[in-house]
Design a protein around this ligand. Structure first.
Ligand SMILES: N=c1c2ncn([C@@H]3O[C@H](COP(=O)(O)OP(=O)(O)OP(=O)(O)O)[C@@H](O)[C@H]3O)c2ncn1[C@@H]1O[C@H](COP(=O)(O)O)[C@@H](O)[C@H]1O
Length: 110
């Protein structure tokens, strides 16, 4: 796992027990899963809009910024559910080198 992802995972875990008044992450946990999912949805839309704008303007800075917001909020969602980036990385590693078409054919109904 990249250094920053590893460090952020540790911070997110610690924030589950932090005071909601002094931590944005703790405030999300206190508000609950629906609020976290609302943020994931919001950041998804903002990422899509930034990508569409980048295709028109050629400026990609907002795509990076909004994608970081999206990744961050999905990490909070995973943490809230007792999961972590490592669980997703393990799944990506399992898929590595497997054609997307082949992987899809092997999927059980989900
Ligand atoms: N990477 C991030 C990160 N990315 C985005 N954000 C916050 O996510 C929010 C998203 O932006 P919005 O404009 O949607 O926020 P908002 O309008 O305040 O949100 P709402 O009131 O609409 O819910 C902002 O408050 C950002 O500051 C982050 N907050 C924290 N982190 C990391 O998490 C760590 C722990 O943060 P705290 O829990 O706040 O200490 C930090 O040290 C960082 O490493």
């Amino acid at each position: 796992m990249s250094d920053i992802l590893e460090q952020l995972t540790l911070v997110l875990e610690a924030r589950k027990a932090a005071d909601a008044d002094s931590s944005y992450v703790a405030s999300l946990h206190a508000k609950g899963l629906n609020k976290i999912l609302e943020k994931v949805g919001e950041e998804s839309v903002e990422t899509i809009i930034a990508a569409k704008d980048a295709a028109l303007s050629g400026s990609k800075d907002d795509v990076i910024y909004e994608t970081a917001d999206l990744w961050f909020h999905t990490l909070v969602m995973l943490s809230h559910l007792g999961l972590s980036a490592n669980d997703v990385l393990t799944e990506l590693a399992r898929r590595f080198d497997l054609s997307g078409l082949e992987e899809k054919a092997n999927r059980t109904s989900k």
